[in-house]
Design a protein around this ligand. Sequence first.
Ligand SMILES: Nc1ncnc2c1ncn2[C@@H]1O[C@H](COP(=O)(O)OP(=O)(O)OP(=O)(O)O)[C@@H](O)[C@H]1O
Length: 242
Amino acid sequence: MSEPTLEVRGLTCSIGRRTLLRETDLTAPAGTSLSVTGPSGSGKSTLLSCIAGLHTPQAGTIRVGGTDIAALRPSRAAAWRLHTIGFVYQFGELLPELSAVENAALPLLIAGRGRREAYGAAESLLGELGVGEIADSPASVLSGGERQRVAVARALSTRPPLILADEPTGALDESTTDDVCETLFGLPARYGCALVVVTHNPVVAHRADLRLTLRGGALHSPPESAPGSTPDSATDTTTAGA
Ligand SMILES: Nc1ncnc2c1ncn2[C@@H]1O[C@H](COP(=O)(O)OP(=O)(O)OP(=O)(O)O)[C@@H](O)[C@H]1O
């Protein structure tokens, strides 16, 4: 069996006196999606920061695409992250003075690709994600849904094996949330990446192949339930696509 895209073993992370993650395991194979819900302050964003190597946990190993980021020199880590992990944030976090295509091309330009190649690839991606027509519009005038699709294109631009999305629909209305979810949860099948989505929205969480809840430092897999229902028991199954 091939190595999973994301493999977390024994992750323990405390901030101050609070242990947010206690010996947590998590696996996401390529082409699968995983959602993490949980109470505010339970540590969902911290989990993503640990996975991305932006926060150093007290214990555990995290491998993305077979590489343990903790073993990389800081000077190598940024380049590795650029090619290995794409991020989508709640408000898109686009640079407002740049156009949609300029935003989507940024990771490729930072990675050293030529302008023609970077813009060409970004434009193609915007088209594939259904926002090709706003490629030249400044990010500052885009709607919330358009902004998030451009953010997805930017996250995908270096074709990373892992996409992390932190509340990607938190700023959107219901129908735009559906549209953005269609795009986001379609990524694993379309591009072969693994996707981890942190969300407060049970309808969004329900679209993932594996749904987990972070509570009391542990990731629980709720029983099969309708979107919006509250999990009332837990198991330790933490492999997306299992
Ligand atoms: N850099 C930091 N310095 C101090 N405390 C932090 C830091 N980062 C996170 N925390 C604390 O760690 C806890 C978990 O934060 P985190 O943002 O991971 O939670 P969350 O589950 O994503 O919350 P929310 O759903 O509200 O976004 C919170 O109590 C937060 O205040």
